[in-house]
Design a protein around this ligand. Structure first.
Ligand SMILES: [Zn+2]
Length: 81
């Protein structure tokens, strides 16, 4: 079952479909390759994912797929606490 443990201790499971804590995104350059009608499944395979922790709002971005460790992003006002 795919999951990571957030630094705040929350377990972020991303096996659910659809997943409430997972967000999809695509770069503007990659999206620009698409014209007209788009096959949503094809677009889906090109999108990257991030998880948003519901407890601390950290974002864990999978820049290079799920096989590589995600990069952590923390709200700036929480960095000094
Ligand atoms: Zn967290």
């Amino acid at each position: 079952m795919p999951k990571i443990i957030c630094k705040c201790g929350e377990i972020l499971s991303y096996s659910e479909i659809p997943c409430k804590i997972e967000y999809k995104f695509i770069s503007d350059v990659d999206y620009d390759e698409y014209k007209g009608m788009i096959d949503s499944e094809v677009l889906y395979t090109q999108m990257k994912s991030f998880l948003k922790c519901i407890k601390c709002n950290r974002l864990w971005i999978f820049w290079n797929g799920y096989e590589k460790n995600p990069t952590e992003y923390l709200e700036i006002d929480k960095m000094n606490k």
